[in-house]
Design a binder for this molecule. Structure first.
Ligand code: PGA
Ligand code: ZN
Length: 424
């Protein structure tokens, strides 16, 4: 029974240059595992609370020294001596110590850093690859299925809060066919991404890269972003609708104000019904495979309406709507709001709670998409997590920027490992 002998934390920087928490977990057997937590830019209102120092003199208020202190002084000592392979016990102790429903006392960032460090330490102690250990944890909560390399959802163009460009929709996705190997999927995405960059340059439309490594251009409309993507794919041997598909994370809460949605595609703001009609039009033009956060995060009625009319054609994904939160997921299931969940461990704060949300989503026959955040670190934990829970899809950004490719590269290596095992 490998026991936790020490936990300590430090403040490090995420990919945006904003402080985040890194924690280390040492076992009585000597192993040490280190984990760091991501942070959202377009965070949902219903997410667990990320504790920031709010001291304007330091990092413009964005420091996390209080969260780090909470790990060092309370959360770490609170789990010392526990069996690290009993993730449920470790996490329930963390939840108990915090005692608030949204982890606002010690911070979901502090709590998750310990939870993930423990998961990683347990994989070392049990001498299993991380994805296999996570699969063991998944089975413990009743998630069926073996490890599986997810189909990647690549973020090739960015707008909204993620880029300096002028698009309202947050992400424009390229999704390779589910039948492709990960290695081939990654190759197709890179080739299309490079051609896309060349095309945007020719149009004089490159503004910069967005937070997740995708291009953040200035274009006339949001639909134009799909058009440039379409044009780029047409220059490759890949066929839209056979080899690759398109998707959107609209992140509609960001441009929703006073009951209306303002987007550059339309001269006047749209109602929920007007926006639904526009999605139907976009879908008729580009045959989307997936649509995330089409309405604001509390527009339950509109979500239901959209799911009823479009869920046979595409995957309707709840991110800001659900925030990996059990109560909201249950409401989404009973109301038929979507048919897929975006899973982000830091929206809820522990690995055990994340696994339970995955289990409930699976039982409802929803697709599971494991996701990174706008602010990431070079920790590739989420790649192993996606494989371990057997998620259908994984969204880790563009095939660009270290903190994104580290996760895709990890999937490459897991795929090679699994192929090798199969051949033996
Ligand atoms: P976020 O974006 O991490 O900034 O919330 C990712 C997403 O919305 O999927
Ligand atoms: Zn999203």
């Amino acid at each position: 029974m490998p026991k936790i002998s020490k936990i300590w934390a430090r403040q490090i920087l995420d990919s945006r240059g904003i402080p985040t928490v890194e924690a280390a977990c040492q076992l009585d057997t000597g192993e040490v595992a280190v984990a760091s937590v991501p942070s959202g830019t377009s965070t949902g209102t219903h997410e667990a609370i990320e504790l920031r120092d709010n001291d304007e003199q330091k990092y413009l208020g964005k420091g996390v020294s209080k969260a780090v202190g909470n790990v060092n002084d309370v959360l770490g000592p609170g789990v010392w001596g526990l069996d690290v392979t009993d993730q449920e016990r470790v996490d329930s102790r963390l939840i108990e110590l915090d005692g608030t429903p949204n982890k606002s006392k010690y911070g979901a960032n502090a709590i998750l850093s310990v939870s993930i460090a423990a998961t990683k330490a347990a994989s070392l102690a049990t001498k299993q690859p991380l994805y296999l250990w996570i699969n063991t944890l998944a089975k413990r909560v009743g998630i069926k299925g073996e490890v599986k390399i997810p189909t990647p959802i690549f973020v090739l163009i960015e707008g909204g809060l993620h880029g300096a460009g002028n698009l309202d929709f947050q992400e424009f996705h390229l999704i390779p066919a589910t039948s492709k190997s990960f290695t081939d999927s990654l190759r197709s995405a890179v080739e299309i991404f490079l051609i896309l960059g060349r095309d945007l340059e020719r149009r004089g439309a490159i503004h910069s890269f967005g937070e997740e490594g995708g291009y953040a251009p200035n274009l006339f409309t949001n639909a134009d972003a799909l058009e440039v993507l379409y044009e780029a794919v047409k220059q490759t041997p890949y066929q839209i609708g056979r080899d690759v598909f398109f998707g959107l994370d609209v992140a509609a809460s960001v441009f929703y104000k006073n009951g209306e949605y303002t987007i550059r595609d339309k001269s006047a703001p749209l109602t929920d019904d007007g926006l639904l009609e526009y999605y139907k039009y976009i879908n008729s033009q580009y045959h989307l495979a997936e649509l995330e956060d089409p309405f604001h995060e509390d527009a339950w009625e509109s979500w239901k309406k959209l799911a009823e009319s479009m869920k046979d054609q595409l995957v309707v994904v709840g991110d800001d709507l659900l925030t990996t939160n059990m109560e909201r997921v249950q409401k989404g299931i009973s109301e038929g709001s979507c048919n897929a969940i975006l899973v982000k461990p830091n929206q809820v704060g522990t690995i055990s709670e994340t696994l339970k949300v995955v289990k409930v989503s699976r039982d409802a026959n929803w697709k599971v998409i494991t996701s990174h955040r706008g602010g990431e670190t070079n920790d590739w934990f989420i790649a192993d997590f996606a494989v371990g829970i057997g998620s259908e899809y994984a969204k880790f950004g563009a095939p660009n920027r270290g903190e994104r490719v580290v996760k895709y590269n990890r999937l490459l290596s897991i795929e090679a490992e699994l192929l090798q095992q199969k051949a033996q």
